[in-house]
Design a protein around this ligand. Structure first.
Ligand code: SF4
Length: 382
């Protein structure tokens, strides 16, 4: 029996944040309901392909899943439980944006078996939230956080962002201080990437953005400050108290099997990758045609990864994690020693002080993490 993780995409948001290029948009309650109906059909139909899997994690992501009327989230999770074998203690996460989840909604999540909440705070400074077009204030976030604790959530992630327009080292530190004072179990801290085509990109001249050096300083500060507060960095941008690393995300980095349901959702099972269509009409056509085609399977845009591609991914996803990549696991998967494939690259990275070896595992050093894009690119075999 293989482990499976399930990602469910909810593409709805109250309104678009100014930096966002994710697949999300505003929708009416009726549109949400008909989308959930489609999702339920896909969850049920596709389950025939996963009879030999047990589900170790479910992640409702978006978008803003907490924007769904509560009973819609309940219908989705019921469909998963009814159609898939769930592992004991499976991690079930829902992403939540402050202000979209009432105390009652949060209590209902607990009754649906959701045991992890991921809250998109981004910054504890209201003027920074306004500049990036978030719908909430810090006070609204606090209200949601406290309501989540009262509802019984014992595993909460808070998302933070660095390199925001107008952000300073001091204001970023204040966000770190405020967030750690709340004692969440997990903190994700990413730097803003200014994407072309977003309103923030068009307005970029209006703001002072932190320089690359300041961005790097924020990054170092995150690691040191969170380390002092008892958060262990287990991935380049993710920190957790002991025992609270996100199981679902680790499946992506360890290249476990995962299936994505919903608009644009990506899947990878047994080294085959595919993605759901990004247009609602095409997604609906996919769901209907799949129902008609059982027991055969449509893989929209399927790509069977070559051995080289698998090796590359094995390395550059694995190296994102602080525990690094296990040489024995590489051999077990590919029947070749890591040294035989990557010997010269590993030697070069180690001689430059960017990687190190420890008990059969290779990992990035602190300097290597600073220039991780350069290091990862070295592992391409093409
Ligand atoms: S809440 Fe997230 S997905 Fe929605 S618009 Fe903002 S950044 Fe994009």
């Amino acid at each position: 029996m293989r482990d499976l993780s399930i990602y469910i995409h909810i593409p709805f948001c109250v309104r678009k944040c100014l930096y966002c290029d994710f697949l999300s948009y505003a929708a009416s309650a009726a549109e949400m309901e008909s989308y959930v109906n489609l999702l339920l059909r896909q969850i049920k139909t596709d389950s025939v392909f996963y009879r030999d899997h047990r589900v170790v994690s479910v992640f409702l992501g978006g978008g803003t899943p907490s924007l769904l009327p509560t009973e819609e989230a309940g219908r989705i999770l019921r469909a998963v439980r009814e159609n898939y074998r769930m592992a004991d203690g499976a991690e079930i996460t829902i992403e939540c944006n402050p202000g979209t989840a009432t105390a009652e909604k949060l209590k209902n999540y607990i009754t649906y078996g959701i045991n992890r909440l991921s809250i998109g705070l981004q910054s504890a400074r209201n003027e920074e939230l306004v500049r990036i077009g978030r719908i909430h204030s810090y006070e609204v976030f606090l209200h949601t956080y406290q309501a989540a604790r009262e509802a019984g959530f014992a595993n909460i992630n808070i998302d933070l962002m660095a390199a925001l327009p107008g952000q300073s080292i001091t204001s970023y530190r204040e966000s770190l201080e405020r967030v750690t004072a709340l004692l969440p179990e997990h903190i994700s801290a990413y730097s803003l990437i200014l994407e072309e085509g977003t309103p923030l990109y068009d307005r970029r001249e209006q703001y002072h953005f932190p320089t690359e050096e300041e961005d790097r300083e924020m990054y170092q500060m995150t690691k040191e400050y969170l380390g002092e507060k008892g958060y262990r960095r287990y991935e380049i941008s993710n920190y957790a108290r002991e025992g609270f690393a996100c199981r679902h995300n680790q499946v992506y980095w360890q290249r476990g099997d995962y299936v994505g349901f919903g608009l644009g959702a990506a899947s990878m099972v047994r080294d085959v990758r595919w993605s759901m269509p990004e247009s609602m009409k095409e997604y609906k056509d996919y769901v209907t045609s799949q129902e008609d085609n059982l027991p055969y399977r449509h893989f929209p845009g399927a790509h069977v990864l070559t051995t080289e591609e698998q090796m590359e991914e094995f390395m550059f996803l694995g190296l994102r994690m602080m525990c690094g990549v296990d040489g024995r696991a590489f051999y077990d998967k590919f029947g070749q020693e890591m040294e035989a494939v990557y010997g010269p690259v590993l030697a070069k990275m180690m001689s430059q002080g960017l990687m190190q070896e420890e008990s059969g595992r290779v990992k990035l050093t602190d300097r290597g993490i600073d220039v991780s894009n350069y290091v990862m690119a070295e592992f391409l075999l093409g």
